[in-house]
Design a protein. Structure first.
Length: 94
């Protein structure tokens, strides 16, 4: 994960995807993050740090099986919110 210091790009992404309209809490901090192809956004041992909004690209969702294999569950595309349940409940990814 790479944190991008691009305030104008961040503001454009927030406006284009109507993200600010989803919240009525003042002074929320938003960050623009870049993940590389194949990089995990979450895993069972990771504590939730962010609520993620997918603004470009796609994300493959997998279920971790008991034998440690990965079973594809679905694909998320721009506009998707990722990690919302884990973030709100402060529980690790299942």
């Amino acid at each position: 994960m790479e944190r991008l210091n691009q305030p104008e790009a961040l503001q454009n992404a927030l406006k284009k995807n109507n993200i600010l309209e989803m919240f009525d809490t003042p002074n929320l901090e938003f960050r623009l993050l870049r993940f590389r192809k194949g990089e995990y956004l979450a895993s069972p041992e990771m504590e939730p740090e962010y609520l993620l909004f997918l603004i470009r690209g796609s994300v493959q969702i997998y279920n971790l099986m008991e034998d440690s294999s990965l079973a594809p569950v679905g694909v998320q595309r721009p506009g998707a919110i990722l990690g919302d349940i884990e973030f709100i409940t402060n529980q690790p990814t299942l």
